[in-house]
Every structure is written in structure tokens, then in C-alpha cells.
Design a protein around this ligand. Structure first.
Ligand SMILES: Cc1cc2nc3c(=O)[nH]c(=O)nc-3n(C[C@H](O)[C@H](O)[C@H](O)COP(=O)(O)O)c2cc1C
Length: 203
């Protein structure tokens, strides 16, 4: 089949998110204007550079600017927390559309821990957290919808890795059962990893 986005695909559900998959899940703690904690997952998320280390996520409509994007821009900071198999249900619970003053971390029964360099806390049970300083937002106007897509960029200024997560100095996403998003309501766990060093490089 072939389809042009915006002109109909004839399928029960838009397949786009399942076609660019698996995607890492950014799970962001931010603080709102009153200092309240906000926690939400975003799978339009990735690392974009390693010098300096930069990550970005995209918050889409409909009809409202999502709290994570607004808080990151207003407070200038956000924290990404890695989602593992053990945290999958809590991650999903924090995607519930609740009011801006509601602490999704508390709703999901998650303990938070302080960060070193930024004010938002991190998810204590997550083995990796990236402390990020907000850089800029790039707006992608929606074609048909009534809300913006806001792509938020942040520089990673601090990295937490659980001491027991490094084996021989290496981080192993398979051992930690890192969760990725596929599309629809489908997810994957990192498994069956294999090594393939690049020609002429030791990785
Ligand atoms: C696994 C997963 C991935 C998601 N990815 C995105 C995304 O990339 N962009 C987005 O706008 N919403 C995404 N959502 C929905 C948001 O998590 C949801 O709208 C949430 O309420 C936003 O919270 P906030 O307004 O507190 O930031 C995702 C939900 C789940 C469960």
C-alpha cells in the first residue's frame, strides 16, 4: 500500500508511530511555576548529539501545551528517567491526562530523589536519570489539529547511573530490561542484543 499522510490511509488506526519503532521513552520530571512536580512519558524522544550531550522530545496537541514542554521552557530544566520493565506500569500511569497541579509521581506511588545540578527531582527507582538544562523549543505547526507540536531540546548536564548497573565499566540495557515503545499500545523490552563493532573502530 501507499498513502499520503493527511489524505487517509484506510486503516483502522494511523500506523505512523508503529513504523518508526522501537522508540526510547523519555520519562520527564519537571517543576511547574508553583514548584509542583510533574512526571510524564514521551516517546517522540531521542539523543541528538554527544558533544555536548543533547536530548529532545516532542509534545503534541490536541488543543493544549503539555505540562512537560511548558514546565521545561518556563523553569529551564527537566530530568529524563529511564523506563525499565519494573517501572512499566508506573510509567503508563503517569501518562494520564490530569490537571497541571497534579503530581503524577505521587499518583503512581513513585519515590523521588533530589538531583545534583537541577531543581526537578528524579525517579528514585530508575537506574538512569539525565539532568537537563533547557536549550530551546522548535514549534512544528499541526496541519489539521488545534495544538502545536513543541520539540524541546535540553543539554544533559548531569548523569546518574545506579552503581550496580555497570558491569566491567559498561552499561547494559538488556540486563536492565529497558522498555521501548512500538506503536498503538505495544511495547518492547531490550533483548537479544548483539555486538557488531564498526569497521576500523573499537566500540
Ligand atoms: C509510552 C508513551 C509515550 C508517549 N509519547 C508521547 C509523545 O511523544 N508526545 C506527546 O505529546 N505525548 C505522548 N504521550 C502522551 C503523554 O504522556 C500524555 O499526554 C501526558 O498526559 C502528558 O503529560 P504532561 O502534560 O504532564 O506533560 C505518550 C504516552 C505514553 C504512555
Amino acid at each position: 500500500m501507499f498513502y499520503e499522510p493527511g489524505r487517509g490511509h484506510g486503516l483502522p488506526r494511523d500506523p505512523f508511530k508503529a513504523l518508526v519503532a522501537p522508540r526510547p521513552i523519555g520519562w520527564f520530571t519537571t517543576l511547574n511555576a508553583d514548584g509542583g512536580v510533574n512526571l510524564a512519558p514521551y516517546s517522540y524522544f531521542n539523543a541528538m548529539a554527544d558533544d555536548p550531550p543533547v536530548v529532545c522530545f516532542s509534545a503534541g496537541g490536541p488543543g493544549r501545551v503539555k505540562d512537560s514542554a511548558r514546565n521545561a521552557a518556563e523553569r529551564g530544566e527537566f530530568v529524563h528517567n529511564l523506563v525499565t520493565w519494573d517501572l512499566r506500569e508506573q510509567m503508563n500511569a503517569t501518562s494520564e491526562e490530569v490537571g497541571p497541579g497534579i503530581d503524577e509521581a505521587r499518583l503512581a506511588g513513585l519515590d523521588l530523589a533530589p538531583c545534583e545540578l537541577v531543581e526537578p527531582p528524579r525517579v528514585a527507582a530508575s537506574p538512569v536519570s539525565l539532568e537537563c538544562r533547557y536549550m530551546r523549543t522548535v514549534e512544528i505547526p499541526q496541519n489539521g489539529g488545534d495544538g502545536p507540536n513543541l520539540v524541546v531540546f535540553g543539554e544533559v548536564v548531569g548523569v546518574h547511573i545506579g552503581d550496580d548497573c555497570l558491569v566491567g565499566g559498561r552499561f547494559d540495557p538488556e540486563a536492565l530490561e529497558v522498555v521501548a515503545r512500538l506503536g498503538y499500545a505495544d511495547y518492547a523490552v531490550v533483548a537479544g542484543a548483539f555486538r557488531m563493532p564498526r569497521p576500523g573502530l573499537r566500540d
